[in-house]
Design a binder for this molecule. Structure first.
Ligand SMILES: [Zn+2]
Length: 135
């Protein structure tokens, strides 16, 4: 089963993915241990770049500092940059997105989840459907 109630569907590695970007994202996940890391992968003048959010993080959650998210969103707009994907890590190893993770679809539908496996990080790509408002 590769789809779940949060609307996340396992998906293929995107065409713009490079070894450099993967190394950068893996390093961010490693540095954040034992906590989660969360951030964005976006286009900029020199190619594809990675931004990690300052966050209140634990081993099972990562809440980006709101003001930093706002400031970064403005800087992306000012630079005419666009977000290609979001990413975060699950240091404890769960290879699926949680219901809370689906909020990442506000930035981009594509999401990379990093999960440790035998002392290496495995990439798990998902397409997140924006949740329907059901009030
Ligand atoms: Zn998560």
């Amino acid at each position: 089963m590769n789809s779940s109630s949060n609307g996340a569907i396992a998906t293929a590695t995107p065409a713009w993915w490079t070894r450099d970007v993967w190394e950068t994202v893996k390093k961010a996940a490693e540095v954040a241990l034992p906590n989660e890391v969360c951030g964005l992968i976006y286009t900029e003048v020199y190619g594809v770049a990675v931004h990690c959010f300052e966050a209140e993080a634990t081993a099972t959650s990562c809440f980006a500092v709101e003001q930093e998210v706002i400031d970064f969103a403005f800087s992306l707009r000012d630079a005419n940059a666009s977000v290609l994907a979001t990413f975060h890590s699950h240091p404890l190893g769960w290879p699926q997105l949680s219901a809370r993770d689906a909020g990442l679809a506000d930035w981009a539908q594509l999401h990379l989840l990093l999960v440790p496996h035998k002392e290496l990080w495995e990439p798990h790509w998902f397409t997140i459907q924006r949740a329907q408002q059901t009030l």
